[in-house]
Design a protein around this ligand. Sequence first.
Ligand code: THU
Length: 141
Amino acid sequence: MIDIDKKTFDSLIDTAISAREKSYCPYSDFAVGAALLCSDGDIFTGANIESSSYTPTICAERVAFSSAVHAGKNSFKAIAVVGGKAAESVSAYTPPCGVCRQFMTEFCSADFPVILFDGKEPKVLTLGELLPESFTKINLF
Ligand code: THU
């Protein structure tokens, strides 16, 4: 169960949609936006930033998490992720890539809600559903 009110839930999706506008995606032409809600109510955004050598490309989710962590945040409530062809509005779900799932696992537990939006109906999945049996810091000790 997601424990954020409807206004916050909806504004998280809207903020992710706005964040898409900052995407730098000349190679894929696929713009992704993310809005990360911290436990204290602050929201950090991200968009994908691509590289001509492709591999250094960073996803919207990791931009949002990196900004938040660098600002001193370490507790998170939910993330909204939206994507689609750069010049078009969102019309299909964009689930986080495997690297982002692992990255989020560093900071969030299995019940962390990942909100997806296809322009019509939000879909909420937990990080545990997206990355079951994940490798985490507890496996190191
Ligand atoms: N992308 C994201 O920003 N987040 C994801 O989780 C999936 C993929 C970006 C990376 C690349 O710039 C573009 O979408 C196409 O893969």
